[in-house]
Design a protein around this ligand. Structure first.
Ligand code: ADP
Ligand code: GLC
Length: 580
């Protein structure tokens, strides 16, 4: 899988897109489906729009009402899976009694179907947690070809229809394949033309049309299934056109009663391309291409910016990142826009799924453990890891892990700069990641230079990541910016001490160790500076080798820390209630 989202590669490819940019002819209104014709609406002015009277909560129909789709004729190109079993959805007892809300999650990846980073984890774990908070959740995803067959074969065909998309006047196939699991309904939008490449993200030339199609098809599918949620919760730029479509081309459909939330997982990726291309592919009316909505720099359109403008609420994945992105240093050129919309912006920190990340039951971990036996079992896991990776087997050494996409975001230039100072006869380093060849090669170099002490696994390997969380003593997350970060949360859950830069969610989730009060969860540094990272690592080494008792206490404290989704899911639920 690509380590980074496609937008990075795309800037240089703009010219290559030109052949696809046919002159905008007649922008047909939305679909032969129930989508309504284009209608002019004003860009909602915030925060005034927030003050508007909220429509009454719409009682959503239960998913069982969606029956008619199955009766439709088989769609072109659909895998014949009509007889495939749907996994039973156990009816979860609601954990609390706040009013029920129905929520459609729309995003581009979701574990275990397809994951390139933390967005995939969140798209899986948050809906599951919301079910316990009395929510009825449907997750809408693209049906990528790379989704493993074990899931593809369990999907059930729910129907298909044709949809207008862009100025070419064609009717585009939209199939709906459904899979029900853990109380959550997953609806996959099927179209081989857009989702047939091996990876979810390729390059912007292909990804812009792909996610214009996806955003519109997701709404059209909800209309088609007659499932009108209270909330449509969109994630990142790939789903950012959803609120724009909803308030324009879908404005006089039943769906328009829904309130929208756009969650920013990573502001670096915004879906920016020249205006004619996005206008052509989205089929959106001209008036949304103004500087308060989609337009940036007079020549480009920014899909994320449009979504921020048209959504009823914006969230991001930690309070600190919510603040940081309103500053020029972290705002990726959208900071003025975010400051303007600050009234509807808030940060809610991510959690992790306690079923998947549980050292007591984790099948990937050779020696399962809890807070009581972590000390001796971690040593056994460390020896197993050292053996697996060809490192010198010695449980007395400090093993420092790093599990990451290898991109500029993750502070890897700092690690590179000080690797010779980190590695010593008492310290080993284990890296697991893929991405930018520059980092892949530098870590390969260090593995060669320090054989037996450094291991660089240049790959994506979910199972191995679990064994590193379990077998390492500390985990590095020195990010340049980090909207939330999940690896430090996984680490704490496995009794592995995080060493992090104080930015974004890292700052909100890792309390710095205080040697005087013997409190805190990890080691931190503030400025983006290799010397300060080294200092933090040296403080960790000192505690590990000279005051093991305090280190061990921190290990147990971290394992006891609540990093689950419980409290964050409750905050999302509260937001859903406020909006409806
Ligand atoms: P981001 O979303 O920016 O990549 P996060 O910390 O939010 O960062 O999430 C990263 C997720 O991907 C974590 O679940 C982490 O364990 C996982 N991960 C990252 N790289 C790898 C890899 N090479 N192999 C297995 N899992 C990985
Ligand atoms: C993004 C961010 C990461 C965050 C994840 C899930 O990929 O880079 O910090 O944890 O999304 O929200």
């Amino acid at each position: 899988m690509p380590a980074d989202k496609s937008e990075k590669t795309a800037a240089v490819k703009k010219t290559a897109a030109e052949p696809k940019t046919a002159p905008v002819k007649n922008v047909k209104a939305a679909a032969e489906t129930k989508a309504a014709p284009a209608k002019k609406t004003k860009v909602p002015a915030e925060p005034k729009a927030e003050a508007e009277k909220k429509p009454k909560a719409v009682k959503a129909k239960k998913t069982e009402t969606v029956k008619k789709a199955a009766a439709e004729a088989a769609p072109v190109g659909a895998v014949p899976v009509e007889s495939a079993p749907v996994e039973a959805a156990p009816v979860e007892e609601p954990a609390e009694t706040t009013p029920r809300r129905s929520v459609a999650f729309i995003g581009s990846e979701c574990y275990p179907f397809v994951k390139t980073g933390g967005l995939g984890d969140v798209m899986y774990a948050l809906p599951k947690a919301l079910v316990k908070h009395n929510c009825d959740v449907k997750v809408i995803l693209p049906r990528y070809r790379c989704i493993p067959w074990e899931y593809q074969q369990k999907m059930v065909y729910r129907g298909a229809f044709g949809m207008d998309l862009c100025a070419d006047g064609r009717s585009y196939y939209v199939g709906i394949m459904e899979y029900v699991w853990d109380g959550v309904v997953y609806d996959f939008i099927d179209n081989e033309e857009f989702f047939n490449s091996g990876n979810p993200y390729t390059n912007l030339v292909d990804d812009i049309p792909k996610y214009c199609y996806f955003a519109k098809a997701a709404l059209a599918a909800l209309n088609y299934m007659d499932w009108i949620p209270d909330i449509i919760h969109c994630h990142d730029w790939q789903a950012a056109l959803v609120p724009v479509y909803l308030r324009t081309l879908f404005d006089n459909t039943k769906l328009s009663r829904a309130r929208t939330i756009l969650t920013i997982h990573n502001l670096k990726f915004q879906g920016v391309y020249n205006i004619p291309t996005i206008k052509y592919w989205s089929g959106l009316p001209d008036y949304v291409f103004n500087k308060d909505a989609l337009t940036v720099n007079w020549v480009d359109a920014n899909m994320l910016k449009g979504g921020l403008t048209y959504s009823n609420a914006i969230t991001t994945v930690s309070p600190t990142y919510a603040w940081e992105i309103q500053t020029p240093a972290y705002g990726e050129n959208l900071d003025p826009h975010l400051r303007y919309h600050a009234g509807k912006l808030r940060g809610i920190v991510n959690g992790i799924d306690y079923d998947i990340w549980n050292p007591q039951t984790d099948k990937n971990v050779p020696h399962n453990y809890g807070a009581d036996d972590v000390l001796e079992k971690k040593k056994a896991n460390k020896r197993a890891l050292q053996e697996e990776l060809g490192l010198q087997v010695d449980d007395g050494k400090l093993v420092i892990g790093l599990i990451s996409r290898l991109t500029d975001q993750k502070g890897l230039d700092l690690v590179n700069a000080i690797m010779p100072q980190i590695v010593d006869e008492y310290t080993q380093v284990v890296i697991l990641g893929t991405g930018d060849p520059m980092y892949e090669n530098s870590f390969r170099y260090y593995e060669n230079a320090y054989r037996g002490s450094v291991c660089s696994c240049i790959m994506y390997d979910e199972a191995r990541s679990h064994r590193i969380y379990a077998g390492a003593d500390a985990l590095l997350v020195p990010s340049r910016f980090e909207p939330c970060g999940l690896t430090q949360l996984n680490a704490m859950r496995y009794g592995t001490i995080p060493i992090v830069r104080e930015t974004g969610g890292l700052k909100d989730t890792v309390e710095p160790y205080n040697m005087f009060t013997n409190t805190g969860n990890g080691f931190t540094f503030d400025r983006y500076d290799a010397g300060l990272l080294l200092d933090a690592i040296n403080r960790a080494k000192t505690l590990y080798f000279e005051n093991r008792w305090c280190w061990d206490e921190m290990v147990r404290r971290d394992m006891d820390k609540d990093v689950s989704w419980d409290s964050s899911a409750a905050q999302y639920k509260e937001l859903y209630l406020q909006l409806t």
